[in-house]
Design a protein around this ligand. Sequence first.
Ligand code: ZN
Length: 240
Amino acid sequence: MPDLILSDIHANREALEAVLEDARGRYDRIVCLGDIVGYGADPNYVVEWVRANVRTVIRGNHDKVCVGLDPLFVYNGAAQKSAEWTMGVLTAENRAYLENMARGPLRVDDFDIVHGSPADEDEYLIHAGDVAGAREYLEARVTFFGHTHVQGGFQVGRGGVRSVYAGRVLEIEVDWQYLVNPGSVGQPRDMDPRAAYAVYDRGARTVEFRRVKYDIAGAAGKILGAGLPQGLAARLYEGA
Ligand code: ZN
């Protein structure tokens, strides 16, 4: 049965709701690759939704920094401010939930999930060269990753590493291993401001990349209303 693959929701309630509306009827389980909070203005709503609805979830770096598990100084100014603000508004229950999230890689049936890379949960897989270093850690045929907020990914085989382009249905072939990024629900950075997600169908051996418009003005307005840095609102319009 298909799995809904979500990553980098980043406390963006409007984007999450649009994704769920668009995906209705296409899946029967939800898997999440981390960074459920940070940047956005609805951390409690999103954590509570994850707690109630997501079958398997791993932590991202922002989930760590927002509860003090990662030091603030390694982040840029806007990320620091949003982490401090998030820390201040999280309920005790939601804070405890974030403190105890699982670390990737984690096996889910026949696929693996990681936040950054199979080698290191905080590593960015941006270029084919990054993937060459991580390939020895690949175990499953398909590994889903997030962290870069860029929909797409890589396929790894005897011939080397090739890019997987979003915007089409990916067919899983037996001679390859796949690193697939569903894109970011709540803060896309691939120059497409629409919320991103993917649907993995094990039976059909396909990954469908999807994008959906959402109420960016609503999410951005809440960021500004919370006194968070203006750039965090502006980048939602740009998808960057
Ligand atoms: Zn993220």
